[in-house]
Design a protein around this ligand. Sequence first.
Ligand SMILES: [Zn+2]
Length: 361
Amino acid sequence: MQAVGLSGPVLIVAGNAAITRLAPTWAAAFAEAGWLHRVRAFGGESSRREIEALAREAAALGAAVIVAAGGGKTLDAARAAAAARRLPFVSCPTVCSTDAPTSALSVIYCDEGPTAGAVESLEIHRRSPDLVLVDTQVIADSPPRFLAAGIGDAMSTFYEARAAVAAGKPNMRGGRSTRAALELARLCRDVVLEHGVAALEASHRHVPDNALEQVVEAATLLSGLGFESAGLAAAHAIHNGLTVVPAMHDALHGEKVAFGTLVQLALEQRAATAAAARVALESEAERVASFFVSTGLPVTLGQLGLPAETEATRVAVQAIAHRATTTGETIHNMPFPVDVAAVVAAIEAADSLGRRTLAAV
Ligand SMILES: [Zn+2]
């Protein structure tokens, strides 16, 4: 932290598992640096109330920096508290399940009343984290399912960036995308395709090797910079649609985004007018689906918790499509108009591709 010009006092906001594992390391490191530090256990929800409490604690400590160690909600709440206090922020993800650690975004949740647990708003802060620090041994010791989800989230980045750039839509900051952003997103996909399966094996063995290092960089840094600087499109909107289905509440963000990516590729196939483009998109979708199967990511509605061909599933698919196409959703960053009927057909096409791919294994 000294190397990037930061100094104490330090408020560390951390999940309980991170505290148990890392508190002795923090004590030793900050004692050596001569910095006062205080560890605060994260309250469990990235809510307004928790963010205000963290900001108050930072003020009381006279903190010069806020460090967050834990999962997505811990990072989001601490990032928002740092933004409120205009303090530097250090992001230390202990799982590699999304690309959020690198971003300047916080998802804020309600923590009381009938909507408790629901997303209240998405805040984009003034600055990106000052430092993103990932210990790949900590990632190797986290459940492989989280890493697979991170791979799913990372795979969507290029396809969404490609679509948003083709449509000339603004990025997450409201600015124009850059060539660099699209190339980072492409590199992210290529790294994950090349090393994803080996990284998951490393995660099962709890040994961080080169494959895991590469995938952690891709899923955290390249994906985070890629989505923020190039923009999101259909895959994340489909994810948001899937969140309305109670049967899918146990699915992780990256698992739903993986299926959303297949739905986006199906939308692109439907919209392609030239036969050659359709064939190319079809083989691209087949490659992505096979890769998802090899990493254990869901490729069918059934794997996400919706049984095939029931009336309840038909109703759920309609609800997903309505939610995914609401005004302001990133699905409207696709380079062609997308409506409910197109999404329903694309979900069915993605599910059928997923079932064919699973059957071929
Ligand atoms: Zn995501």
